[in-house]
Design a protein around this ligand. Structure first.
Ligand code: DQA
Length: 142
């Protein structure tokens, strides 16, 4: 089985943009750390797009191809009914991850459309949040 790790806008710049908020590690580092905790027989696909429609398409693809989704929607978290609707059409576990503690930041980051669907939400653990999310999915998927 395969876990999809989906990343939204600007997360391609992870490690470079606002390192005081998001740290200096890259998405490649995140992938490496997540692979270390994967259960036997489970694989992952790390994806990132700056395009809302691409994220929606990957969630649709996941309906056939993924046992669970870890998603950091970036700013789409706070704006996208389309991402929420796509996740509502996905019938397996979803964990939402934010590298920063969004609740400690601007008030527009306090609301998440995706949290209406997510089975778990992690914020403020840095990139360790992805690792925790992958562990949790592996537990849920047995
Ligand atoms: C983020 C938080 C969002 O508010 C922001 O737009 C991001 C990253 C995080 O990982 O902390 O792009 O999802």
């Amino acid at each position: 089985q395969t876990i999809y790790i989906l990343n939204g806008p600007n997360l391609n710049l992870l490690g470079k943009r606002q390192p005081e908020i998001y740290g200096r590690e890259t998405l490649a580092d995140v992938e490496r750390l997540c692979r270390e905790v994967l259960a036997d027989g489970t694989d992952l696909r790390m994806m990132q797009s700056n395009w809302e429609g691409q994220i929606v398409d990957w969630i649709h693809e996941a309906r056939e191809a993924a046992a669970g989704i870890v998603i950091n929607p970036g700013a789409l978290t706070h704006t996208s009914v389309a991402v929420l609707d796509a996740l509502n059409a996905f019938e397996r576990p979803v964990i939402e991850v934010h590298i920063s503690n969004v609740h400690k930041r601007e008030s527009f980051r306090h609301h998440s459309y995706v949290s209406l669907r997510a089975d778990g939400v992690i914020a403020g653990l840095g990139i360790e949040g992805y690792v925790a999310a992958v562990r949790r999915l592996c537990t849920l998927l047995g």
